[in-house]
Design a protein around this ligand. Structure first.
Ligand SMILES: Cc1ncc(C[n+]2csc(CCOP(=O)(O)OP(=O)(O)O)c2C)c(N)n1
Ligand code: SF4
Ligand SMILES: [Mg+2]
Length: 300
């Protein structure tokens, strides 16, 4: 079945009327993850836009047609460990145990719990949708927010001009946990995305699987809601968001040897509008540095 068949023929397990913003990258990704995973799945979503958008529940109702619960912001992975162990004990290894967590819940608040589950090799698929900030509470910076971004806690004024630190690069950190499977994916390439979710689900039956998704956010980043896919495409084309996977000790990179400049990617995104040439150059340097590091780790 091609990915188009998967999306056409499988049941939509996320309510059609979520309260996510128009053009939300995270919502688009969550809907497709559920279509690929199917009904024999259990989801855990920590506080954030995807829980807040109604996927977890209004009153006693849930926006998903599979069992779902909301954890704390800081314990998604350890919660999944518990769910995974009980299902294993009951001989239900067929059930997909999936976490769908934001970058804040993953890279900051929940990192200790994530690292523990990964190091133990607990059986789950942990997905981080990275929209580079704490969007659900008004776009505060997180450790994956990129350099120079305007956020509500890194405003642009006379003294401060957006975030002054580089982003923490979680995919490689997760790879160094000797995870069963690690991958990055973008909504701009659904065939690749589908294959990786399928592989991640299969790997989650053997151990810890981690997938990091590029999740553009029109509201927090400041761009037109119909531009999310275009922005995701340019993030990949500029190497701002490298696409790779790591399995059985091997890293495979979808190399992009003729990248567009990072300046091209950030054009039209308001959170970067104030950047001067020096900061754009610094952003370009970190993107080049990271890509070269991944190239060195990749198999030919
Ligand atoms: C320990 C803790 N601190 C703060 C909050 C408030 N809070 C709820 S959602 C959220 C944002 C989470 O950001 P992220 O995980 O990146 O998801 P996003 O909102 O971007 O989708 C915050 C700070 C909380 N629930 N728990
Ligand atoms: S604020 Fe951003 S991440 Fe949150 S629902 Fe809106 S578009 Fe999606
Ligand atoms: Mg976020």
């Amino acid at each position: 079945m091609t990915y188009i068949d998967t999306f056409r023929e499988t049941k939509d397990l996320l309510t059609p009327g979520t309260s996510a913003c128009k053009g939300c990258g995270g919502e688009m990704l969550l809907r497709r993850v559920l279509k690929i995973a199917g009904e024999n799945s259990i989801a855990v979503v920590p506080p954030g836009c995807m829980a807040g958008a109604g996927s977890v529940g209004w009153d006693t109702l849930s926006g998903m047609r599979i069992p779902v619960t909301m954890t704390l912001l800081d314990n998604t992975a350890s919660f999944l460990t518990g769910v995974s162990k009980i299902y294993e004990r009951r001989g239900r290894a067929d059930v997909n145990i999936i976490g769908f967590a934001g970058d804040g819940a993953t890279s900051d608040c929940g990192f200790q719990s994530l690292s523990g589950s990964a190091e133990r090799g607990d059986k789950m698929l942990y997905i981080c949708y990275d929209n580079e900030g704490y969007m659900n509470t008004g776009y505060q910076r997180s450790s994956t927010t990129s350099l120079g971004s305007r956020t509500s806690t890194t405003p642009v004024g006379k003294v401060v001009k957006g975030k002054t630190q580089h982003q923490k690069y979680i995919p490689l950190i997760m790879m160094m946990h000797n995870a069963e499977y690690v991958a990055t994916a973008s909504p701009s390439n659904m065939a690749d995305f589908t294959k990786k979710i399928e592989k991640g689900l299969a790997a989650s039956k053997r151990g810890f699987a981690y997938i990091h998704l590029f999740a553009p956010c029109p509201t927090g980043w400041g761009y037109a809601s119909n531009m999310s896919i275009e922005i995701a495409k340019n993030a990949v084309k500029s190497n701002f968001f490298p696409i790779f996977e790591y399995e059985k000790g091997k890293l495979t990179l979808r190399d992009n040897k003729k990248p567009i400049p990072v300046a091209e990617f950030i054009k039209g995104i308001k959170k970067f509008k104030h950047l001067n040439e020096d900061t754009i150059e610094e952003l370009q340097n970190i993107v080049d540095y990271r890509m070269n590091m991944i190239r060195k780790l990749a198999v030919d």
